[in-house]
Each structure stands twice: as C-alpha cells, then as structure tokens.
Design a protein around this ligand. Structure first.
Ligand code: FES
Length: 117
C-alpha cells in the first residue's frame, strides 16, 4: 500500500497514463456515490442508475459539502448541504459558478480505475 492510500488502493501506470485502482464497483451502491481518500485528495465515485461510473472531486467548492452523499442523477449530483447541482460529466456547476475536478474513470475486471493528471 502506498502512503496516503486506503487499503485496497494501488497506483498503476498503463502506457503514459497513471491510474489509481480505488476498489470494487460493487462497493459503490447503485444510484449512490462513495468518497475515496488519496493522500490530501478526496475523489467521489458515482454510480448512476442509468449507466456507468463517474468521478469528481468529493468536496463541494461552496462550503465543503460531501458530494458523494449527494443525490445522484444520470449526469448530475446535488450537494446535500445547500442543493447546488454539479455535472458528473465535467464537474461544472449547473446552477452556480463553482466547479469540481472531474476524472476519467474506467472499470476493469470489476475494479474502479481513476486517471490521475
Ligand atoms: S456546500 Fe455544497 S451547495 Fe453549499
């Protein structure tokens, strides 16, 4: 285990891209999000009911609400603190001027991989 990673996480380099293996897809509830802490960074992985996985920064830029605990739609999450909406596609605020990081996420053999930039 690398310093700053939770148990079950690992860093992987594929080609020139650096990925983090965060855990198993089944550990993120359908229609929910989950926060993964990687050092000082918190990444929210969302599993919309409609399709696939999405990943964004986990801390709402308004007042640090936990986005992984928000209401997950097809392509949006609603912050549980004050209801601001964010795109799960690119992290931009949909009804506000804030934005969160968005991450490329893939599933390989049932495991969640998020690309680091
Ligand atoms: S903390 Fe997220 S909307 Fe206020």
């Amino acid at each position: 285990m690398t310093l700053g990673m939770e148990a079950g996480m690992s860093a992987v380099t594929i080609g020139r891209a650096h990925w983090l293996r965060l855990g198993r897809v089944k550990d993120v509830g359908l229609g929910q999000g989950r926060c993964f802490k990687v050092g000082d960074t918190q990444i929210a992985v969302f599993r919309p009911r409609e399709a696939g996985l999405r990943a964004t920064g986990a801390v709402c830029p308004h007042r640090a609400g936990p986005l992984a605990q928000g209401i997950v739609g097809r392509d949006t999450v609603i912050c549980p603190f004050h209801g601001y909406r964010f795109s799960l596609v690119d992290g931009r605020g949909l009804d506000n001027d804030f934005s969160v990081a968005s991450y490329r996420v893939e599933v390989r053999d049932g495991e969640i991989f998020v690309e680091l930039r």
